[in-house]
Design a binder for this molecule. Structure first.
Ligand code: DNO
Ligand code: MN
Length: 374
């Protein structure tokens, strides 16, 4: 197993690579070109420059005698254009053009030595929360999902709120350009079914997986977050059965999962440890974090330790350790604590401190289980 840390890039992250270097156990930086829009081709020179930055050391670091470096094996994410999910031209792009661009980007990432590419197949949004600064009893804050807030919204009410300048939701990566396309997307998803989504997903895999095989880049789909339909748009990577169906869409081992146990466990019925054991040989990358459910359907993110919430992080890490898992793991969102970066554009969920703590806990469980396995 290789432990990873998600990093948003120089000047785009509140955390520096030199800080991550001091977190014991991190080997892989999980990166992306965050300025690229879905559907856009990534330039080889930009890819190579980012990989060099991650895998290298600055002169200042060398001068201080620092030698510890990272690999840049995992990209999270290369986003899938809506035309691919819808199977039709939308936002000015046809699906075959979008797929072609995706293939080009995968080839170039392979050339740069990337091993795993994460993506998701959720219509319109990535993850969705109603509060990014929800106070926990210890004075830290965490990402929170309040079901009633989402339930009383419709795409129409959301559009009206957006036009009024506030939509009451937190939508990561929702730049103004994407918001402008929202009405068009909402109309395009009208009447779309889960079956349509699976068919379009298969079409995408049939076109892209041969390229992944050729350049030996593994694709890992991230489960829907939260794992149920939002605004009536069909989500197809939510439940245990969905994961089985998604994997059956293409038999290649290059088509697999970024198994995010926090997202998956937002369904109180989900059994995270069973999912790890069942899909082990198709898990290329995994996010491990903890959440706590409330009876009214709300949930909050909490610290990684198992007893802090409802996700059996000990069972998860033990299952990986017992299987001798050789893929990548990262802690997912962390809480915001110790007043970290409250003034300089903080990134809720992606501070240094709680992710560093989470990594030590996950590695502790891993080491104990591996020790026991010897
Ligand atoms: C939430 C995060 C996601 C993830 C994307 C992958 O659990 O891990 O934002 O990065 O959905 O495409
Ligand atoms: Mn995740």
């Amino acid at each position: 197993m290789k432990m990873g840390f998600r990093w948003y890039g120089e000047g785009n992250d509140t955390v520096t690579l030199d800080h991550v270097r001091q977190v014991p156990g991190v080997e892989t930086i999980v990166w992306s070109l965050h300025h690229k829009q879905a559907g856009e081709v990534w330039e080889q020179a930009e890819i190579d420059a980012e990989v060099a930055r991650i895998t290298g050391l600055t002169d200042a670091a060398r001068a201080r005698g620092i030698t510890r470096t990272f690999d840049a094996d995992v990209v999270e994410s290369v986003n899938v254009h809506e035309s691919i999910k819808l199977g039709r031209t939308v936002l000015g792009m046809g699906r075959d053009e979008a797929i072609d661009n995706y293939r080009t980007t995968i080839r170039r990432l392979g050339r740069a030595g990337v091993k795993v590419v994460c993506y998701n197949f959720m219509p319109v949004f990535d993850w969705l929360r109603t509060d990014l600064w929800h106070p926990l009893p210890d004075g830290s804050t965490a990402l929170y999902f309040e079901k009633a807030v989402v339930d009383r919204m419709t795409p129409e009410s959301l559009i009206a709120d957006m036009e009024a300048g506030s939509h009451g939701l937190t939508l990561p990566g929702w730049e103004p350009e994407r918001l402008a396309g929202f009405s068009e997307l909402n109309a395009a998803y009208e009447g779309g079914t889960h079956e349509d989504m699976y068919a379009n997903y298969q079409y995408f895999l049939e076109a892209v997986i041969p390229v992944c095989e050729e350049v030996d880049v593994k694709l890992g789909v991230h489960p829907d977050d939260p794992p149920f339909d939002v605004f009536g748009w069909p989500r197809v990577v939510s439940t245990h059965d969905d994961l089985a169906r998604v994997l059956a869409l293409h038999p290649s081992p290059h088509h697999g999962l970024t198994l995010c146990l926090g997202s998956f466990s937002a369904n109180p019925q989900a059994d995270a440890v069973a999912a790890v054991r069942t899909y082990m040989d198709r898990i290329h990358f995994s996010h491990v974090r903890n959440i706590k459910h409330f009876p009214n359907g709300d949930f909050t993110e909490v610290a990684h330790r198992a007893c802090e919430g409802d996700v059996d992080t000990v069972g998860i890490m033990t299952a990986y350790a017992q299987a001798g898992y050789t893929g990548y793991i990262r802690p997912d969102h962390g809480r915001h604590l110790w007043d970290e970066n409250t003034t300089n554009k903080p990134r809720p969920g992606y501070g240094l401190y709680d992710r560093a703590l989470g990594i030590q806990y996950l590695l502790g469980v891993w080491d104990a289980a591996r020790h026991g396995a010897r």
